[in-house]
Design a protein around this ligand. Structure first.
Ligand SMILES: *[C@@H]1O[C@H](CO)[C@@H](O)[C@H](O)[C@H]1NC(C)=O
Ligand SMILES: *[C@@H]1O[C@H](CO)[C@@H](O)[C@H](O)[C@H]1NC(C)=O
Ligand SMILES: *[C@@H]1O[C@H](CO)[C@@H](O)[C@H](O)[C@H]1NC(C)=O
Ligand SMILES: *[C@@H]1O[C@H](CO)[C@@H](O)[C@H](O)[C@H]1NC(C)=O
Ligand SMILES: CC(=O)N[C@H]1CO[C@H](CO)[C@@H](O)[C@@H]1O
Length: 720
């Protein structure tokens, strides 16, 4: 599902929902009202409501669009919505509903209110077939529930509802009832079910914790339910219930059953289950999670039998899918999954999706979140993530960050989240909240965990730093400052130890990228003795991989006017002018950039004008000796903006500086025309180039390059 595009209907519905305020008129009470002439086919109306519900946008104000007759609902889904009783009745109870899913609606809307609202419409009373009320609340002082009036009801689910024996007695009288879920209710005695023994086909009573009947009494009732096709008596493993054990011993019971769930039961053996199934050859499903059964060959070889269990991947995936609403089993299945994923070699998007569903359904359950995060990590290791749909990875990443927020003090969960971000596919291709992520990672950086985790935090920081907008960078000032300080400490330590490892490289790269287009961070760098440390680096290491990163950062600092006087020191000038003559093109280029920026400001050179002009001459000679701008340079330097170049390009009194800036612009434009030619237009740099072209007395090489850029530009971008 996640790998295919959104359906056209869903795209349209999303647009409608996002623009609801604009499209609707308002009633006097402020609620929304669709334009009168609109009318939706019933299927589309149902889906409209479903999407609103899913997106959490169903409220009293928006639900009011269902009040009129523009929409005709049949299958209504209002799961988890926060609605008042009045709004519910006005919006939904005049439709000809045959299904209502009110699972876990907010406590403002109670079961008695829902039922009496539905019963206020005699059509619904007779025709509603399916009502799901799982985890919906019942006020303590409640009057009796009147399910009995919903005479058309075939399917009723009251999982985790304060539902008592009397209610069961009433429900059992429903003339059409076929399927009932009374899991985790307050029922103590199921004898009332005998009333509907000739109708009931499906009975789910997972974790019926208040039951006071003896096992023989329960079995006696079940024995009477001859038409049952599905029976679920699964239980929490801790309760050590042996009801299932006894059920399996019965010969003449459940003659029509095709699906039996006994997950969590004690004393269950492969042999007993096999025997039971052999006596009922039509069986299609058995639930055996958290039991000792499911391991024999019988379960893998039996044709047409699905097993929810923990013995292998198929069983686990069946369990995750069936038990998505039951946190105790989700947890159990995830534990099993984790051991299975230890050595996976293949991409399993379907499994990852089930993990995501478990996480989404149980956001406040720590064991679920924690185990799921560990499974996610193993299911998306570098290579494996490449085969996963981006949308699925995006959802999983969001869920991981939600877990972080819900469990801020749980180290291992945090670690898993950080590890999942070290995945280049996730970091580069997948949409998620990068602001939150950057904040989180930079805090990690300062935690002084073990060196390995720190290296990871550094490398993620360097990538995320470039993905933030300038506004976000401003908001993250505090974290950025902490991070720069920390990174400088790492650089200092590595330099002292004379250790040029991968951490040093990542750290330098991170500092380069963090200072990009960020004067405040550059200033912070200077204030924290960054310059001294960086000179030390240049004096300690001579690898070009290190030099280029140091120079890249110094370029960023040099672009900040107020800082140029800090930068013009004997040490800096000495190193830069020597690196200008490096044989590595990239090093020479970066050194030239620093000189160009620094020399374009006379202020710091007042007492050494001679040195400045010597540097400029050297710059001019060097640029002229470079091969053409479209030459090969090992790593392409990237820019997010050309703005820092404009003062250099526009100043004809310093042709050397102008020449470097032109060379740089031409270089990146010819390497990546679609990005940089667009940038030139957006930032209005074309005029500067035309000015140079038309300027009498411009440097001949500058003139040539300006013309070349403009020619290329016309060729590639006629459409601008
Ligand atoms: C029980 O159900 C019947 C219909 O089967 C209904 O008339 C009656 O009012 C219900 N009793 C209670 C207490 O809800
Ligand atoms: C369960 O209810 C039936 C019918 O009302 C009653 O006969 C039986 O004694 C009850 N059993 C227990 C254990 O309460
Ligand atoms: C970020 O760092 C990388 C690696 O050092 C470098 O290639 C790139 O140009 C930097 N990007 C910016 C915008 O500073
Ligand atoms: C050009 O650069 C010189 C030298 O720094 C400076 O004095 C002058 O103001 C600049 N001119 C413009 C138009 O920016
Ligand atoms: C194959 C693989 O990466 N397995 C890892 C799954 O997760 C555990 C704990 O996080 C690692 O120890 C395994 O190496």
């Amino acid at each position: 599902e996640e790998a295919s595009p959104y359906s056209l209907v869903d795209i349209c519905l999303n647009i409608l929902i996002a623009n609801l305020e604009k499209l609707c008129s308002k009633r006097p009470d402020g609620t929304l009202c669709l334009p009168e002439h609109w009318s939706f086919p019933q299927e589309v109306a149902d889906r409209f409501l479903g999407v609103m519900t899913w997106e959490g946008k169903l409220t009293d104000r928006t639900a009011s669009i269902f009040q009129g007759n523009e929409m005709k609902l049949k299958l209504a889904n209002i799961q988890k919505a926060k609605l008042s009783t009045a709004a519910f009745i006005k919006a939904f109870c005049h439709h000809r509903l045959i299904e209502l899913d009110a699972t876990a609606v907010h406590a403002d809307l109670t079961v008695p209110d829902i039922v009496s609202g539905l019963c206020s419409n005699s059509w619904i009373q007779q025709n509603l077939r399916c009502l799901l009320l799982d985890s919906t609340s019942i006020p303590g002082d409640s009057r009796k529930l009147c399910f009995g009036q919903l005479t058309g009801l075939r399917i009723l689910s009251v999982f985790s509802v304060c539902f008592h024996n009397e209610d069961l007695a009433n429900v059992s009288q429903l003339p059409r009832l076929e399927s009932l879920d009374i899991s985790n209710t307050l029922v103590t005695n199921i004898s009332a079910l005998l009333t509907c023994k000739d109708r009931l086909k499906s009975l789910t009573m997972h974790y019926l914790k208040c039951l006071t009947m003896t096992k023989p009494q329960v079995l006696a009732v079940i024995r009477e339910l001859k038409y049952l096709v599905h029976l679920d008596i699964s239980d929490h493993r801790q309760l050590k219930s042996d009801l299932a054990f006894h059920l399996l011993q019965q010969k003449d019971i459940l003659p029509n059953v095709v699906s039996l769930d006994i997950s969590g039961g004690s004393c269950i053996t492969d042999g007993a289950v096999e025997l039971f199934i052999q006596q009922r050859p039509a069986m299609q499903f058995v639930g055996l999670l958290a039991t000792d059964a499911g391991y024999s060959d019988f379960f893998t070889t039996k044709q047409g039998l699905r097993v929810a269990g923990g013995a292998n991947m198929n069983q686990i995936s069946e369990a995750l899918s069936r038990y998505r609403k039951r946190s105790c089993f989700v947890k159990e299945a995830l534990y099993r999954l984790f051991t299975e994923t230890f050595s996976v070699q293949i991409t399993m998007p379907a499994i990852l999706k089930l993990v995501a569903i478990g996480m989404r359904n149980h956001p406040l359950d720590l064991p679920v979140q924690f185990t799921a995060s560990a499974c996610t990590l193993n299911l998306t290791r570098q290579g494996l993530a490449r085969g996963m749909p981006v949308r699925l990875l995006s959802e999983v990443t969001c869920l991981l960050f939600k877990a972080l927020k819900n469990f801020p003090h749980y180290q291992q969960l945090q670690k898993n989240c950080l590890l999942s971000l070290t995945n280049s596919r996730i970091l580069v291709d997948v949409p998620f909240d990068r602001f939150d992520a950057a904040k989180f990672v930079m805090r990690w950086l300062c935690k002084h965990e073990n060196p390995k985790m720190q290296t990871m935090a550094v490398s993620i920081t360097s990538i995320l730093a470039l993905q933030l907008s300038p506004e976000q960078t401003v908001q993250l000032k505090e974290e950025l400052f902490m991070a720069v300080k920390e990174l400088l400490a790492i650089v200092k330590q590595k330099t002292t130890e004379n250790l040029d490892d991968v951490t040093l490289l990542f750290t330098l790269k991170a500092l380069w990228n963090l200072t990009d287009e960020s004067p405040a961070v550059c200033k912070h760098f200077i204030e924290n003795e960054g310059l001294t440390i960086f000179i030390q680096v240049l004096e300690t290491f001579s690898e070009s991989a290190i030099q280029s990163k140091v120079l890249g950062l110094l370029n960023n600092v040099a672009e900040v006017r107020e800082l140029s006087s800090d930068l013009v020191t004997e040490d800096v000038v000495k190193h830069i002018s020597s690196l200008l003559h490096s044989k590595e093109m990239e090093i020479s280029y970066l050194a030239a950039g620093i000189i160009a920026h620094l020399a374009s400001d006379r202020q710091p050179w007042l007492s050494r004008e001679l040195q400045r002009s010597a540097l400029l001459q050297d710059l001019h000679a060097t640029v002229q000796n470079w091969p053409s701008s479209s030459c090969k340079m090992t790593a392409l330097v990237t820019y997010r903006s050309f703005k820092a170049f404009f003062p250099l390009l526009g100043n004809f009194s310093q042709p050397e500086v102008q020449l470097w800036a032109l060379w740089a612009v031409y270089h990146v434009c010819s390497k990546n025309p679609s990005k940089y030619c667009k940038l030139l237009v957006e930032e209005e740099g074309l005029q500067l180039l035309c000015d140079i072209q038309e300027h009498r007395g411009a440097d001949p090489q500058a003139l040539r390059i300006a013309t070349a850029i403009l020619d290329d530009f016309r060729m590639h971008f006629m459409n601008y």
